[in-house]
Design a protein around this ligand. Structure first.
Ligand code: FDA
Ligand code: NAD
Length: 434
């Protein structure tokens, strides 16, 4: 079994890994100093493409089109770019053991990788219905989406079951983006989720009402307030029906499940301090173990703006936390320091012809502004969240580039608001004035 030693190892080959590698290359690494180890077979790519352009029936996005770091307008690191920059890209290699005291990682094939500094960028994995013991949940064509292999299986199933019936379990990000993608592929789509409205993690009832009506107008059927309690299969093993807890049964050729994700921290259990389900870090993404950093979905970090600690499962943070960690590592080597991470939460989604952005915190009272009529061909509306008399969060569907910048500014500045009525009347003008 081989043993290799590197100055820096990035463990993971997703978004954070790509942005960390780019930052190392910017700062300068000598050939052989840095390795990226990923269980995926492809170089780091912009994961959000998998639930959007990758599933288009025509002109679908494919690698190498969306390797990191094109998502933020940066240089595209093709597999050969890593070599050119002296970075070793070790793909199809799952690390199964991490001994942080010995500064050593062991792969499934038994290879050993030693490091001086480790960046953990293992991201999240999907929650599976089999984890909850749902009967028949291991039937064929019950699919999940996290990595490119999952997306390829989904593309195959879409081809094989052309124009068939799809049931989407979950009403969050995956639920909404995948229901749209399947509908665009001409599937008869039914979405099922337990809450009273979709995306309850972020949306208010008012915001959700717009999306639910828009989706319904596009032909997506929505069943709320219940969950999938079991599945039956054809003799081929392929899923046939979905049983719902409320007693209903739905026919299905494909089932897509998006019931949440969990950070991949098991390799480090008992070795690193944890908080809120993630690896606890400081404002430079340093963990409790010397020379070990954690970035992206796995990191629970200080949210300076709000004076608390959080874990964030979104792409903007995965990029920025990776850059911050590498800058901090390189600065420390030169005896310098970087500014503390001061993150403004930013989430977005796109589906059908829709596109929304959100900045800040969705706490306190909220108010809707603009035209949220789903029948309008170009809907343009938004929402503010107000806590303690200050605007703390801002959302907009269909905003222009400048309007989205204004949302970010208002969420960062947290200006005082006279009243919710005033915000409703002023709408995006309020943010544009900040
Ligand atoms: P990420 O999951 O990207 O990468 C982790 C990597 O580590 C993977 O390559 C994995 O294989 C590897 N790995 C894990 N364990 C390993 C081991 N033991 N050995 C070797 N390798 C290992 N966000 C957003 O803001 N807007 C959006 O539109 C979307 N869209 C979106 C679509 C889909 C389909 C998903 C799944 C997620 C999104 N997201 C998103 C969320 C966003 O993509 C996510 O927050 C980032 O990818 C997190 O980046 P990380 O690098 O932390 O994990
Ligand atoms: P999520 O947390 O956004 O949504 C999960 C949904 O499933 C919730 O509505 C939840 O209540 C529901 N649910 C839970 N148990 C259920 C059950 N038994 N039956 C039916 N519904 C159930 O998670 P997700 O949509 O699975 O996304 C997974 C990960 O991917 C997250 O980290 C997410 O942030 C990320 N992601 C982000 C984007 C984006 O930011 N645009 C897009 C896709 C994925």
């Amino acid at each position: 079994m081989a043993e290799k030693t590197f100055k820096y190892i990035i463990l993971g080959g997703g978004v954070s890994a790509g942005y960390a590698a780019k930052e190392f290359a910017n700062q300068g690494v000598k050939p052989g100093e840095l390795a990226v180890i990923s269980k995926e077979a492809v170089a780091p790519y912009e994961r959000p493409a998998l639930s959007k352009g990758y599933l288009f029936p025509e002109g679908a996005a494919r690698l190498p089109g969306f390797h990191c770091c094109v998502g933020s307008g940066g240089e595209k690191l093709l597999p050969e770019s890593y070599k050119q920059k002296g970075i070793e890209l070790i793909l199809s290699t799952e690390i199964v053991k991490a001994d942080l005291a010995a500064k050593s990682l062991v792969s499934a094939a038994g290879d050993v990788f030693k490091y001086q500094t480790l960046i953990i960028a293992t991201g999240s994995t999907v929650l599976r219905l089999t984890d909850f013991g749902v009967k028949g949940a291991d039937s064929k064509n019950i699919l999940y989406l996290r990595e490119i292999d999952d997306a390829d299986k989904l593309v195959e199933a879409i081809k094989a079951k052309k124009g068939g019936k799809a049931v989407v379990v979950g009403g969050g990000y995956i639920g909404l983006e995948l229901s749209a993608a399947l509908r665009i592929n001409n599937f008869d789509v039914t979405m099922v989720f337990p809450e009273p409205w979709c995306m309850p993690r972020l949306f208010t009832a008012d915001i959700a009402a717009f999306y639910e009506t828009y989706y319904t107008n596009k032909g997506v059927k929505i069943i709320k307030g219940t969950v999938a309690s079991g599945f039956t299969a054809h003799s081929s093993g392929e899923v046939k029906e979905v049983q719902l807890k409320d007693g209903r049964t739905l026919e299905a050729d494909i089932v897509i499940v998006g019931v949440g994700a969990k950070p991949l921290t098991t390799l480090f259990k008992g070795q690193v301090e944890e908080d809120k389900g993630g690896l606890k870090t400081d404002a430079f993404f340093k963990t409790s173990v010397p020379d070990v950093y954690a970035v992206g979905d796995v990191a629970t970090f200080p949210m300076k703006m709000y004076g608390d600690v959080r874990r964030v499962e979104h792409v903007d943070h995965s990029r920025k936390s990776a850059e911050q960690a590498v800058k901090a590592i390189k600065a420390a080597e030169g005896g310098a320091a970087v500014e503390e991470y001061d993150y403004l939460p930013f989430f977005y989604s796109r589906s059908f012809d829709l596109s929304w952005q959100f900045y800040g915190d969705n706490v306190g009272d909220s108010v809707l502004f603009g035209d949220s009529n789903p029948a309008n061909p170009t809907p343009r509306f938004g929402a503010y969240w107000v806590q303690g008399g200050k605007v703390v969060g801002a959302f907009m569907e269909g905003g222009s580039g400048d309007e989205n910048k204004a949302l970010a500014k208002v969420a960062k500045a947290r200006p005082a608001a006279e009243s919710l009525d005033e915000l409703k009347n002023q709408g995006i003008t309020f943010a544009a004035k900040i």
